[in-house]
Ligand binder design. Structure first.
Ligand SMILES: [Zn+2]
Length: 81
């Protein structure tokens, strides 16, 4: 699929939403960030909000910490076997 710039993506997103880019940015607080979901039709960008991005990052950090703990627990289990 053809790669587009963040600006192009934002413009298309605005048109599809029936809004202007200004409205998206200021009224809806939406930002464009790189996307690597790999889904069909993904143009490498997504529209989101800063708040949602922060939540996502927090979640990923929690998951990483959890996996580390899990790894440590499993190692303990291996040793005690
Ligand atoms: Zn995507």
């Amino acid at each position: 699929m053809k790669k587009i710039t963040a600006e192009e993506f934002e413009r298309c997103y605005a048109v599809a939403s029936g809004l202007t880019v200004e409205q998206l940015r200021h009224d809806y607080k939406r930002i464009v960030v790189p996307c690597d979901c790999g889904e069909d039709g993904c143009r490498g960008w997504k529209s989101t909000t800063q708040e949602r991005e922060d939540e996502q990052r927090e979640f990923e950090e929690r998951m990483k910490a959890m996996m580390k703990t899990l790894g440590a627990i499993m190692e303990t289990l291996e040793v005690s076997k």
